[in-house]
Design a protein around this ligand. Structure first.
Ligand code: NAP
Length: 450
């Protein structure tokens, strides 16, 4: 029986499964993918042959990804109609097959009633009616404003950890002297803090009610002309994120996990994140970890072999550390908002978001994604850099346990960049580089494999 409304799964291939929490990957896993909006189709066209070729060459054709196209954003609207931008089929497919890869999706910024999914322009309707076509590009794919599809996917699939490895690729122009010293994997909490924050607009009866309640019932005074924001951080959300970060550090033989927080100011949210993180580390990984305090109290500053150091840093200080002493950090776990800032700042340090991969992970589901947006002004120009989705694909291969193929992708990207054969974004920063189109860059990577 077909599970889906408008999708037909591939006949070839097998499902990834889990047994006792362990992933089981067949030789021909079915992997759903979302091309994405804007530049998404261009980067996907360049990326897929790179990933397929790496798998083919690494395993002499014995393994193969069986791709299964699913939809969100513009392509969902085109297939499903009815203003459907995140169909139930898409969520079902990711739940069913556990691992998926996606391109970028349009997210309306706000303030307007409608958004064009072709060029991202936002506009109001006339006389309360939806515009027939986009005022900017003439496209008919205009739809009522919706909440972020990325946030929707993360929340509906409970993908609580946003994982972003950030490191320098040799040859990439960047603003610091020793970019190779930064090599971190950031675990950002993906469901709470500002992502499940509640806001009350200044001047509304709701805001006044909250201010009144806090004053009368809690003896807390807030300026009457304030907007109000509430940021929840829970034991559950913190512990499952920190657990994942420590498990990752152990599996990849990393030396430390750093809990980053603003606990000096927000004691019961950010400070609690730090405390619950340490509690979890001691309760569940006691014989595998040493805290920074224990390191000095019990080990005289000498790290015992085979253990991971658990330390914490206040967020503002962490930004300084990432620039000045980056090699002292491996895995970093943070609440949502600070994680957002730090992951982009670290990516900028090594040359920008264009080469930064990402994954959203739950207990079993993992959704890998390009970290940049839809760059609508470059749609269908075959121009942009496809590296972010390719490297996210490599991260996915590593997650499947196909390390040889993942390594081959990364080596071939590095080699292509070192040969100075690059897309416009890197070409404009390099002397004597050859400018390639998006698809040509993909082909150059394939040519550099093996
Ligand atoms: P953006 O799409 O990331 O693009 C901003 C700029 O970054 C581009 O104009 C371009 O710079 C550069 N850029 C992005 N991707 C590139 C690539 N692959 N190769 C080379 N350069 C690249 O950010 P935005 O314009 O703020 O957002 C556009 C839409 O994407 C919005 O709807 C936004 O909400 C959405 N978005 C989605 C995701 C996601 O799905 N994960 C993430 C972020 C934003 P130059 O102009 O300098 O060439």
């Amino acid at each position: 029986m077909n599970l889906f409304n408008k999708l037909t799964p591939p006949e070839d291939g097998d499902k990834i499964t889990f047994k006792a929490g362990e992933i089981r990957v067949p030789d021909r896993p079915i992997i759903p993918f979302i091309r994405g909006d804007g530049i998404g189709p261009d980067i996907w066209r360049a990326a897929q042959p790179v990933l397929d070729n790496a798998v083919k060459m690494s395993y002499s054709g014995r393994k193969k990804i069986i791709w299964f196209e699913i939809h969100a954003g513009l392509s969902a609207l085109q297939l499903y109609g009815n203003e459907e931008v995140l169909p139930e089929d898409t969520l079902k497919a990711i739940r069913e097959y556990f691992v998926a890869l996606k391109g970028p999706l349009t997210t309306p910024v706000g303030g307007f009633d409608y958004v064009c999914l072709t060029c991202s322009a936002e506009q109001n309707g006339s006389n309360g009616r939806k515009p027939e076509t986009c005022k900017k590009c003439g496209s008919k794919w205009v739809t009522p404003r919706f909440r972020s599809l990325n946030v929707g996917l993360r929340q509906k699939l409970d993908l609580y950890a946003c994982v972003r490895p950030v490191r320098w690729f040799q040859g990439v122009p960047c603003p610091v002297k020793n970019p190779e010293k930064l090599d971190v994997v950031i675990f950002r909490e993906n469901t709470e803090d500002v992502y499940s924050g509640i806001e009350f607009q200044q001047g509304t009866p709701a805001a006044e009610k909250v201010i009144h309640f806090l004053s009368q019932e809690m003896d807390k005074s807030i300026r009457p002309d304030s907007g109000i924001g509430i940021k929840p951080i829970s034991v559950t959300g913190t512990k499952r994120l920190v657990r994942k970060a420590i498990q990752y550090a152990l599996m990849h033989q990393k030396q430390s996990v750093t809990l980053v927080h603003k606990g000096n100011i927000m004691k019961f949210t950010e400070g609690a994140f730090r405390d619950w993180g340490y509690d979890l580390a001691k309760d569940e990984f006691r014989d595998r970890i040493v805290t920074e305090k224990e390191l000095w109290d019990e080990y005289n500053g000498h790290m015992p072999t085979g253990k991971i150091l658990i330390k914490d840093r206040i967020a503002d200080q962490m930004f300084q550390q990432a620039l000045l002493r980056p090699d002292e950090y491996d895995v970093i776990a943070l609440p949502n908002l600070n994680g957002d800032y730090l992951s982009d700042a670290c990516a900028a340090q090594v040359g920008g978001l264009g080469l930064a991969p990402g994954a959203n992970m739950g207990d079993e589901i993992a959704l890998f994604e390009a970290t940049h947006g839809t760059a609508p002004k470059y749609t269908d120009q075959d121009k942009v850099n496809p590296s972010s989705v390719i490297i996210s694909g490599a991260l996915m291969l590593e997650y499947l346990g196909w390390n040889e193929a993942a390594y081959m992708v990364i080596r071939a990207i590095e080699k292509t960049i070192q040969e100075k054969k690059v897309t416009y974004d890197l070409e404009r920063q390099m002397n004597g580089a050859t400018l390639l189109k998006c698809s040509e860059f993909g082909k150059a990577i394939v040519n550099n494999m093996g």
